[in-house]
Design a protein around this ligand. Structure first.
Ligand SMILES: [Zn+2]
Length: 345
């Protein structure tokens, strides 16, 4: 299986959207650029594939990184981005991460191959993490490759340095299995963050792991005003039924977000989610934009059931309030669409 390289950023989007509301992709080209919890990241994304005939054992898999990509990552690092090299197994349920320094230190003049284990895909699903420790001749020390389920990709990125010091797979598993639960249990929040003492690092030195799930406060006045002018009905499908929400057109994660009626639209929970997921997006002139590229991605990973219904909706205009002063602002609509498609830096 090979993936269209224009679709790689969707694997990150799919994993990180559920992690924090302060997440948006700012450049979809590999290495993918994004903002997560106030920090800038540059992640090289690729498919973990069989090493082919050159492999030294049956369980070997790898990713390959071109010189151009390594140079782009060095430049991103110089500019202050957190850099990462991420591989995804099959349909993106499990990721692998390599220590960035290990890849940047490569002396290869063209393509660098770095290795993972095929069996780690299942091990990460079954036990919450897998760990491969090998000696890097270039670094002159051990380096760790991690495999983990997609729900902890955000936690991995936020703690990438500490997690690559992991020596103990059991402690890594305990951390990656329990941290999302800690984040869900809001009682453990401290300034919106969960801190976890991690003992798996070298010399069993205690390290603090941070996991942060930002969710923006909703303004009840904004919500009420939007629901009033749309008569409590979804602008896309017309449903009321008490399942309609006030959606921001320019989302909270962007500085231009304002709580103004012209930056809002009433959407049912389904169409709100499809908007935020960048699949079916209200655009200018009451037109709905259907993201065909994302549909291809969803088909590739076997999660496109129900798409015909979305296509059908996309053929129609959406509804706007009677009073033109309450219509969505065209500039906001355009910006809101571009942000969700990862086209605003
Ligand atoms: Zn709807």
């Amino acid at each position: 299986m090979t993936f269209n390289k224009d679709l790689l950023h969707y694997f990150l989007e799919d994993a990180l959207q559920g992690y924090s509301e302060d997440f948006r992709i700012t450049s979809t080209k590999n290495p993918v650029k994004f903002v997560l919890n106030g920090k800038k990241y540059s992640a090289h994304v690729s498919y973990v594939h069989d090493s082919g005939n050159a492999r030294t054992n049956e369980d070997e898999a790898r990713i390959q990184i071109s010189r151009t990509m390594r140079d782009a990552q060095k430049e991103a690092f110089r500019q202050g981005d957190v850099i990462a090299f991420i591989g995804f197994y099959e349909n993106g349920e499990v990721f692998a991460g390599w220590e960035p320094n290990y890849i940047l230190a490569s002396a290869a003049t063209t393509v660098t191959s770095v290795y993972a284990k095929k069996s780690h895909n299942q091990a990460a699903k079954d036990f919450g993490a897998a760990l491969d420790i090998k000696v890097s001749p270039v670094l002159g020390r051990e380096t760790q490759t991690l495999a983990f389920p997609k729900n902890v990709l955000g936690l991995y990125l936020e703690n990438i340095d500490v997690l690559h010091e992991t020596r103990d797979v059991q402690d890594l598993r305990r951390l990656l299995v329990s941290a999302p639960e800690l984040v869900d249990a809001k009682s453990t929040f401290k300034d919106g963050k969960v801190e976890y003492n991690f003992l798996g690092a070298a010399n069993r030195e205690k390290k603090v792991i941070v996991s942060q799930r930002v969710s923006y406060a909703r303004n009840p006045k904004f919500s009420k005003a939007i629901l009033d002018v749309y008569n409590g009905a979804c602008a896309v499908c017309g449903k009321q039924l008490g399942i309609v929400e006030a959606a921001h057109i320019v989302p909270h994660s962007h500085d231009a977000c304002v709580d103004d009626i012209t930056n809002g639209i009433a959407l049912c929970v389904e169409h709100h989610k499809l908007y935020d997921n960048g699949l079916l997006l209200p655009h200018i002139n009451k037109r709905l934009f259907l993201n065909d590229e994302k549909i291809i991605f969803l088909r590739e990973i076997g999660r496109d059931a129900g798409i015909e219904d979305v296509r059908e909706k996309a053929r129609h205009e959406y509804t706007v309030p009677q009073n033109t002063a309450h219509h969505p602002n065209a500039d906001f609509l355009d910006l809101g669409l571009k942000i969700r498609l990862g086209k605003v830096s």
